[in-house]
Design a protein around this ligand. Structure first.
Ligand code: BDR
Ligand code: CA
Length: 312
């Protein structure tokens, strides 16, 4: 099994990603670290606790991290995820709170206690915590086998501006630090997630699982679909963060290319854009496996459903 840390800002699609990781026998979730993102920091931590406990994994610790991006103000998006961040299901209150201490310390201490290349970090939010850990303790670089992040977009454009995707736009400096860290990176950008839309009406098979987790997922999916309908007129939406876990679990279903990737931090129109040197114009070293497509979205969601079915 691969030990993983998930850095997250739940978020309905974060919730799906966490549930998949908990259910996957190939992964061992060491802890969740939360960050200011879709909702403020305290709420991301509480949401993470509720999700874990709902899925019968209340023993997994949650650590609170940074309350704002490195240089910029926080940008919560209740218009996308609802006031709680995980609207769509009436989550019972968590029995336990987050751990005392800071997420950045947890990341550093956990990695330093492990063998080189052992741990994979999955980043599903603005990358503030991850960047702070890398800056504070660069000796964690060799400990990380890989960082898989959901963020960015190149061929598909952005979802917060014409050029920028939410996770990168909220903390572009953090993403730049992560991409420049020397850790092998897999990016799961909008190019990939938009090529991997959930089946239309996917809430129905989730609810039909009959489990608490299935019903919670169905409710979140329904909420997510309503936003997609209202904003884009689409009947189906990609579960961005869940696709990142899918790409880690089933790389054979995704396509992409290793190439140089950097982040625009000072653009007049393009701040937060991930600039992908797809045709290798810069001569800079390849730092990122940029996933740009999915060969079988139906299969991805079929496998996700199977995994969610194993949770209580
Ligand atoms: C990303 O932004 C957040 O709102 C989602 O949780 C996901 O991580 C998609 O752009
Ligand atoms: Ca997220």
């Amino acid at each position: 099994t691969t030990p993983i840390i998930i850095d997250t800002d739940p978020g309905q699609d974060d919730a799906f990603a966490i549930l998949l990781a908990l259910a996957a026998p190939e992964l061992e979730v060491l802890g969740l670290t939360t960050v200011s993102g879709n909702v403020p920091l305290a709420q991301t931590a509480d949401n993470a606790r509720r999700i874990l406990e709902c899925a019968g994994h209340g023993h997994v610790p949650v650590w609170r991290g940074c309350p704002a991006p490195i240089l910029r103000p926080a940008r919560p998006v209740p218009e996308i995820h609802g006031d709680t961040g995980i609207d769509g299901w009436d989550w019972p209150e968590a029995a336990r709170g987050p751990e005392p201490g800071h997420a950045v310390d947890f990341i550093i201490e956990t990695l330093l206690g492990r063998a080189d290349g052992e741990v994979t970090l999955i980043a599903l939010a603005p990358q503030t915590n991850v960047a702070m850990a890398l800056r504070r303790a660069p000796e964690i670089v060799p400990k990380l086998g890989r960082i898989v992040f959901m963020g960015g977009g190149y061929f598909a454009g952005g979802n917060m501006s014409p050029a920028a995707e939410y996770n990168i736009m909220v903390d572009p400096e953090a993403a730049r630090i992560v991409l420049g860290s020397g850790v092998p990176i897999t990016a799961v950008p909008l190019d990939c997630t938009h090529a991997t839309p959930a089946p239309v009406g996917w809430s129905a098979p989730l609810e039909a699982l009959g489990t608490t987790t299935g019903r919670a997922c169905g409710g979140m999916m329904r909420f997510f679909e309503i936003y997609g309908n209202a904003k884009h007129g689409t009947k189906s939406r990609p579960l961005h963060d869940a696709v990142a876990v899918a790409a880690l679990l089933w790389p054979e279903l995704f396509t992409g290319k290793l190439c140089p990737v950097d982040v625009e931090c000072a653009g007049e129109l393009t701040t937060g854009m991930t600039v992908v040197d797809w045709l290798r114009q810069t001569g800079r070293p390849d730092n990122c496996l940029w996933l740009a497509g999915c060969t079988d979205p139906g299969e991805v969601y079929a496998r996700m459903l199977k995994l969610i079915a194993t949770l209580p």
